[in-house]
Write a protein that binds this ligand. Structure first.
Ligand SMILES: [Zn+2]
Ligand SMILES: [Zn+2]
Length: 210
């Protein structure tokens, strides 16, 4: 796995996740662990096609690691975000219909009210230098914990049965009768008998706001 032979499949690492996401954090580490554990349980390597689908119950940091590691990306339509504010990730393999759901236990370093109070202080700019240091120390500790802890200590992986998620559909393009921009026909609205795009229908077109 550490050879740089160009026929070998390119394995992506947590470093690649950090490069994509912009920083290292416990949420990113959770997404990394969820993706690697789920792929192992489902017996898939990073697919080039769209066989694997990820359904994420959060829109936070973890989804960036999932896009990098599992190859389930927003642009391919195999990353579904249902933001319930939970660190819970379901992976479905279209090849055999098997699915797993991964949930995370509360992190000891960052899952308490002292940490929550510290975070508020740091983000409001009211933290002392020492508190800033303490905050970053705890974040780093939480990230390392999530990355290296035995799976059963930090997360639960369950096999579930579910219906196959709908495939990304390809729509015909039409021209919005208000802004003149091309738009997928399924995403248009009828306003005063005209076929218009959603931002025009809502008076929110980025280039046409008055
Ligand atoms: Zn992050
Ligand atoms: Zn328009």
């Amino acid at each position: 796995m550490h050879t740089h032979h160009h026929h070998a499949p390119q394995l992506l690492t947590f470093e690649d996740c950090i490069r994509f996401h912009g920083h290292s954090c416990p949420g990113l580490a959770s997404g990394y662990r969820a993706a690697t554990a789920a792929m192992e349980a489902l017996g898939v390597t990073r697919p080039e096609d769209e066989d694997l689908v990820a359904i994420c119950e959060t829109d936070a940091c973890g989804i960036d690691a999932i896009q990098v590691i599992a190859g389930t990306t927003a642009g391919k339509g195999n990353l579904i975000i249902r933001d319930y504010g939970k660190h819970a990730f379901t992976f479905y393999n279209r090849k055999d219909g098997k699915a797993v759901r991964v949930t995370f236990h509360r992190n000891e370093a960052t899952g308490n009210s002292d940490f929550a109070a510290l975070r508020v202080k740091v983000f409001s700019g009211k933290a002392s230098e020492k508190e800033e240091e303490q905050y970053h120390g705890l974040m780093h500790k939480a990230t390392v914990d999530v990355l290296h802890a035995p799976a059963e200590k930090i997360m639960t992986l369950e096999r579930i049965t579910m219906d196959e998620p709908k495939t990304a559909r390809i729509f015909a393009s039409v021209t919005c009768e208000c802004c003149g921009e091309s738009v997928a026909d399924a995403k248009t609205r009828k306003v005063d008998g005209k076929c218009v795009c959603i931002p025009c229908a809502e008076g929110m077109h980025p280039a046409k706001r008055t």
